[in-house]
Design a protein. Structure first.
Length: 111
């Protein structure tokens, strides 16, 4: 079964920020390679998104169906609802985890 992947506005903005950071602080080639990997990870969520592990933000909360896929040092935080995969955030691994209220706000009706 194929899933539709929805890249939410905040996730798109976070991906653009990561791309800009890599271009400025590493190199345009590194940024381009990261973006290619990002697009491949997004495309891979069209099939079997439940293969990805739960995101750390889920913790011991089974009502939060947050999963994650990795792209280099970044995590794509997403939720599956029906036949749609909602990519909610793109977070660098060194960033703090989303706190519970933020995770809930980013995941309304998706659990």
């Amino acid at each position: 079964m194929r899933f539709t992947v929805v890249l939410h506005r905040e996730a798109r903005a976070e991906a653009v920020a990561a791309l800009s950071y890599l271009a400025a602080h590493a190199s345009p080639d590194v940024a381009h390679a990261w973006y290619d990997a990002f697009e491949a990870a997004i495309a891979s969520l069209e099939t079997m998104p439940a293969r990805c592990p739960y995101a750390r933000e889920r913790g011991e909360r089974p009502d939060l169906d947050l999963r994650q896929a990795t792209v280099g040092l970044h995590r794509l935080i997403f939720a599956v609802k029906g036949r749609a995969v909602h990519v909610l955030h793109v977070r660098h691994g060194a960033q703090d985890d989303l706190d519970d209220p933020e995770a809930r706000a980013a995941n309304p009706g998706l659990s």
